[in-house]
Write a protein of this length. Sequence first.
Length: 202
Amino acid sequence: MQYENLSFKYPGTNEYIFRNISFQINIGDVILIKGASGSGKTTLMNVVAGIYENCAGKIKVNGIPIESKQSLRNIFSFAPQEPYILDGNISENILFGSDKDISSAKLNHIMNNMQLSKLEKNMSDFVTLNKKLSGGQKQRVALARCIAKQKPIALIDEGFSALDRKSKSSLFKFLSSEQNTIIIISHDKADEEFATKIINME
């Protein structure tokens, strides 16, 4: 995928959030989007995924310009900074929003490697226990949900920020084994070690 000279401003405003950004996404890339708060990292991610359509510039797939940015949404799965946790158990939360069939064995594989199996047993009722989930536990659920959707590219918005370094390294290793291509937003300079490309929004 090629993104050429992307520029974006919100409707009704004159100030650009970013201007003339170009990059390419190849299979196997781990792209880190870095920058200070308010620099446009999440906005760029939303443009990349086709969520924001009023963006100047060209987006191409295999060299062919796309006609509708909505078609991009079928390419990406998304783990937001503040993941939504619905009423239900861990398994139901992981499968939430997925349009792909996933076997019980595959689901258990994801849960085990994302360190969620014990949580499934101990916190089966999210109606009363959702508020007791830590930030790190919510991020694990969001990352597992991202994997379960089986999309070509995963977008991770500060998805490791509440995890300690050891857990982050372990979970990223599993994520990258399951997901061909990953785009991460992070404030943590240490996350640069995971990246094959870096987009600096500063």
